[in-house]
Structures are given as C-alpha cells and as structure tokens.
Design a protein around this ligand. Structure first.
Ligand SMILES: [Zn+2]
Length: 120
C-alpha cells in the first residue's frame, strides 16, 4: 500500500485526533464570539462576515497545542485567528511575535488583493 497523498494524511489526521482524547463539538462562530473576534496571534480584528476562503484575513480556528502534537479538539485548546496567522505558525508550538504575524498578514493581504485585481 502506498501511504502518501492527501487521502492518507487525512486518515492519519483523523486517527491522530481520536488518539488525542474526547472531542468537543463547537462552531467557529462560537469561538469567535468568545474571543471577541480578536486574532489570538497578531491581536488584530477579525471580520466575522468575510466569506472568501482564500483570503488571508479569513477566520480560522487554531489549535493552541497542535493536533499533530497531541492537542485535543476542545474549546480550551482552540482560539480564533486569521488564516494567514494560523498558517505562519504552522506546526510550531510557539507563536510568532505579534508584529511578525501582522507583517506577514499585511504582505499576504496585499499580494492577495493584487491577485484579485489582475484576475478581474
Ligand atoms: Zn492575525
């Protein structure tokens, strides 16, 4: 069996999540309301009405202790972040400094908006 590709990593991720203990069921809106729609990494505002999944400032749920490192899928272990801030953190256990995250977010947003401009 070839253990590669997106399908396999998805199965591994699900298996990993089962191994991390009980899962809670909650929505992104619930966590966003709890966190006052403030990004847990750069401390910037998050637009809860933004509906563009490719936008760097899109709302994203971040596992504080990553799933890959044994973190559970529970309210206590998640926070609301920008998609770009979440990606720039990746699988590190520590956060980038807020100014670093804000700088990356601004750059990602500028290049995304330029891309939208050239597409239109
Ligand atoms: Zn952010």
């Amino acid at each position: 069996m070839v253990r590669s590709g997106a399908r396999w990593s998805q199965r591994r991720r699900r298996a990993q999540m089962r191994a991390n203990g009980p899962r809670e069921v909650f929505s992104r809106d619930e966590i966003g309301d709890r966190d006052d729609w403030t990004c847990g990494i750069c401390w910037g505002r998050i637009d809860r009405h933004l509906q563009d999944p490719e936008h760097p400032m899109m709302q994203s749920l971040d596992h504080i202790v990553p799933i890959a490192r044994g973190g559970p899928h529970t309210r206590a272990n998640v926070r609301i972040t920008h998609a770009s801030c979440n990606t720039s953190r990746n699988h590190r256990t520590s956060d980038p400094a807020p100014y670093e995250a804000r700088y990356r977010l601004a750059r990602a947003t500028a290049s995304y908006e330029a891309l939208l401009y050239w597409r239109s």
